[in-house]
Design a protein around this ligand. Structure first.
Ligand code: NAI
Length: 462
């Protein structure tokens, strides 16, 4: 007999599982369809979490090899045990995905293991791994099926020689050479991991800059920092063809060629909605192939909602989670809304890069008058104490209004520091508000206060 739910979420990633928890909190009988053996989606299983585990571990290796001596710490021979590093990563992932299962049990959410297809509004067919089908009725259906790597024409990912991020998180040995196609989030993070572990990494980027969606000054500074660490960059390099040979892969580029043992393809991601039955239901998409939704995440078909990577906007876990909470509250008749100008973006390289709000390029293009306040970590006492002085904080404030329009940070721990700037934007703060806020000394976040002071020429420590 078919089961009945108030809310059925398809997809158990950071969009879907959070939507399910919030729906359950609001008193809805809730289920979540997920076909993976574990909950947590791309983020927990093959994305944010395993990549951060490897970034953290590989940073410890570099620290032990190159930086402990300056602290007066002598260690013996430093060696990599890749198998142990990978096992640790897998353990971290397993612990966190089990954590989501626990949260489902705690909130009485039923996990329907299998692949969901919306047969009709209010009716979903779930196909289990063994092929058996079950039918579920639900008043509201939330699509949270996420995204998949965008393929490049003529290049087949085999996860052995030509990898997506999934393969690049699970190599069993360090390649001698790694060519990374795409200088975005994945290319720079996973490129950093393998460079630190000993590979000669070359990043091939079609544009004239890396992390092109971020403020140009951050991109330029990050490019310099990563180049100094040993990553080679070929900018404005278009990939023409790829040939797999005995020993590796030959890449034919516009104006040159490159041989590499392994290639990582990281040229973006695209919504993953295959097999959901959207075409026969008449669910509309926007020009990019994402599911079209209104500000309340409703599609054009009543009772069907969509969130996360499957809809427009940055493909970020925390953006999907905010939408998960908001969609459940919308279904409950509340009216939450999300201001996408207040969603931070972070690249977890070293130094880290973190941004919120408008970039200088965006402000110029919009003709907005603004003031810039910049403060380098070389002038921040805590950064000097830690020996991590690379980078700066940049605050962009409205010329007349003084309102914080954008904050851009490159430096150690920028990912944690950006939260203050997001909160400032959430409260509609002015640069003066940040400048008047007491910041503990000595901390890296004092650089944010100084950058806010600098928008008005009142910087103290420079
Ligand atoms: P991305 O959009 O960040 O970067 C792709 C890069 O590839 C761009 O710089 C683009 O100009 C370049 N490119 C495109 N076609 C190319 C070609 N044919 N040849 C050379 N370069 C080319 O995409 P990425 O790195 O694949 O990441 C996918 C998504 O995953 C991102 O949108 C991001 O939102 C998310 N992600 C977020 C992370 C974070 O929050 N720290 C970490 C990893 C991924």
């Amino acid at each position: 007999m078919a089961e009945r739910y108030d809310v059925l979420v398809i997809g158990g990633g950071p969009g879907g599982y959070v939507a399910a928890i919030r729906a359950a909190q609001l008193g809805f009988r809730t289920a979540c369809v997920e076909r993976r053996e574990t909950l947590g989606g791309t983020c927990l299983n093959i994305g944010c979490i395993p990549s951060k585990a490897l970034l953290h571990s590989s940073e410890r290796l570099v620290e032990a090899r190159e930086r402990l001596a300056e602290h007066g710490i002598r260690v013996g021979e430093v060696a990599l045990d890749l198998a142990a590093m990978m096992a640790r990563k897998d353990k971290v992932v397993a612990g966190l995905t089990r954590g989501v299962e626990f949260l489902f049990r705690k909130n009485r959410i039923d996990w329907k293991k299998g692949t969901g297809r919306i047969a009709a509004p209010g009716r979903v067919v779930v196909t289990a791994a063994d092929g058996s089908e079950s039918e579920i009725f639900a008043s509201s259906i939330v699509i949270a099926t996420g995204s998949e790597p965008t393929p490049l024409a003529g290049i087949a990912i085999d996860e052995e020689r030509i990898l997506s991020s999934t393969g690049a998180l699970a190599l069993s040995r360090v390649p001698r050479t790694l060519a990374v196609i795409g200088g975005g989030y994945i290319g720079l993070e996973l490129g950093s991991v393998w460079q630190r572990l000993g590979a000669k990494v070359t990043v091939i980027e079609a544009l004239d800059r890396v992390v092109p969606s971020m403020d140009g000054e951050l991109g330029r500074t990050l490019l310099r920092a990563l180049s100094r660490q040993g990553i080679e960059f070929r900018l404005q390099a278009r990939l023409l063809a790829v040939r797999k040979g005995e020993a590796g892969v030959s890449l034919e580029l516009e104006g040159g060629s490159l041989d590499a043992e392994i290639v990582l393809l990281a040229v973006g991601r695209r919504p993953l909605t295959d097999g959901l039955g959207l075409e026969s239901l008449g669910v509309e998409r926007d020009g990019s192939g994402a599911i079209a939704v209104d500000p309340g995440f409703a599609t054009n078909v009543p009772g069907i909602y969509a969130i996360g990577d499957a809809i427009r906007g940055p493909m970020l876990a925390h953006k999907a989670s905010e939408e998960g909470i908001a969609v459940a509250e919308r279904i409950a008749g509340q009216k939450p809304s999300i201001d996408y100008d207040r969603v931070p973006a972070v690249v977890y390289t070293f130094p880290e890069v973190a941004s919120v709000g408008k970039t200088e390029e965006e402000l110029k293009a919009a003709g907005t008058d603004y003031r810039v306040g910049k403060f380098p970590f070389t002038a921040n006492p805590r950064a000097r104490t830690n020996g991590e002085t690379e980078g700066f904080v940049k605050v962009l404030a409205g010329k007349e209004t003084d309102r914080v329009l954008g904050v851009h940070i490159i430096g150690a721990d920028a990912s944690t520091m950006i939260a203050e700037a997001v909160l400032a934007k959430e409260f509609g703060a002015s640069a003066e508000d940040i400048a008047r806020t007491s910041h503990a000394h000595p901390t890296l976040s004092e650089a944010i206060k100084e950058a806010a002071l600098a928008t008005d020429g009142r910087v103290i420590h420079m």
